[in-house]
Structures are given as structure tokens and as C-alpha cells.
Design a protein. Sequence first.
Length: 263
Amino acid sequence: MRALAIAALLAASPAFADWAPVKPSTDPNPIVKIEGDTLTYIGGINAAGLTALSDAVRDLPGGQVTKMVVNSGGGDTKPGIFIGSIIADLKPDLTIEVGCFSSCADFIAPGANSITIRENAFLGWHGNDRGFLITADQKGLSLRDYMREVVGNQAKDMKDDAGNPMDLEAWLDEAVATLEALIVEEKALYDRIGLANDTFAICGVGDRFNDRLSGEQLGWGFSIADMARLGLPPVRYEGPGAYEDSPAFTHWLIHLTPEDCQP
């Protein structure tokens, strides 16, 4: 009877009964503002967001911003790396509302002083650009051949700016060179932050965990203790119970451990 009563209370609690899944914002025109000591970033990680953030902090008195609120589903790598560099300089206490996923988790979260995950929000990954290289290695392919495989059947429909059929090999020349450069830039940012490695960002890449994804799950996440083991800033979760058991985590993410990250 006692177990049944506890289960009924959990089912009726606001954290579970009233929660509905909401994806983090990927708005192409992010809201970026500074109010007092708090920087807010809501929307996709892209060139528009980088420009808005750069403008916001350009004449900022040193030490003014000590807090940051983010709600982002991620976006583009190159602006994400530059945004991450700005955040690494500011070193704010970061609060995640709704979610911080993809390039937000890759580049913004690691540069924070601390991370607070609001109740029913989440912090999750699905790989950085080095993940493409790792996946190619797992498949026994060169990066170029893997990129050709990724493009797949879409290649025959690709057009250049003039509307002519795309030269796939020329496209691969540029795509591979760009990706290799971004991998170097990612590592430079992580080195600057002081991270030993990027395990948190590449743990689930490849096809080892694809069969564990279900429903709307987007990628993976870690427990509070395991994020500390992986070298991320101190994290706390504002909701009841274990973070990895929260509704948002279990809806959007699979739970991995550092031991899972071994190939």
C-alpha cells in the first residue's frame, strides 16, 4: 500500500503531471540582451546571435555581467565557437531555461563558471564537429568518403549558385577543409577553457547508441556527478529528485555515463 501511495503522489506531482515537452528555442533571430548583471540569450546559435552578442558586450564595463540565462536548441558551429569564446571571457553563472542543446551545450555551457538547470530544463549533446571524424573512423572511412556517404542521394539534386548540377568532388573539397578547420577551432576553444578533452560532446556519436533513442529523444546527457567527472563546470538541478530522472531529461535524452564513452 505504501509503494502504491508513493507512486500515486509522484504521478500527481506538478513536476510530472503538469509537464509538457517544449523544445529549446532555435529562433533564427535570437533575443540577446543585458539587464544589470545578467546576459540573456534565447534562440538559435547563428551569425545573427553572434552579431547581437558582440554588439551587446562591446562597450560593457569589465565585470558587469556575472550571470547568464540561456534557452537554445543550438545551431551553427563557427558562430557557436565565437560565442563560446565570449562566454569563456565573461565566465558567468549560467542558468538554463527549457534547454541548452547541441552547439549551446558544446560551446556555451563549458565556458560558464557554474551551471544551474531549472526544473524540467535540460542540458544535452548530440556531437560536435570532431564527431564526424570519429564516426568516419568507426566506419573505417576517410572523412571525405564519410561526407560523401552522408550527402548520399541528395548529391544528385544539389545545385550551384547558377542552378547547375553541383560538382560533388569540388563540394567535398570545400566541405572537408571547412570541417577540418572547425575541428581545430573547437579544440582551441576547449584548450582555452581549460578542458582536458571533449568527451562530453562526442560520447554518443556513431551508431552505438542509436537503438536506444526512442520517441522524441535528441541525444544524450549525464548525471550531475558524471558531468563533474567529465570536467564541466559545477552543475546543480533545481527540480526534485535526480536530474537524470526528470521529465525533460528522459523525454529528450538518453542517459550515458563516462564509461559509455569508451569506444
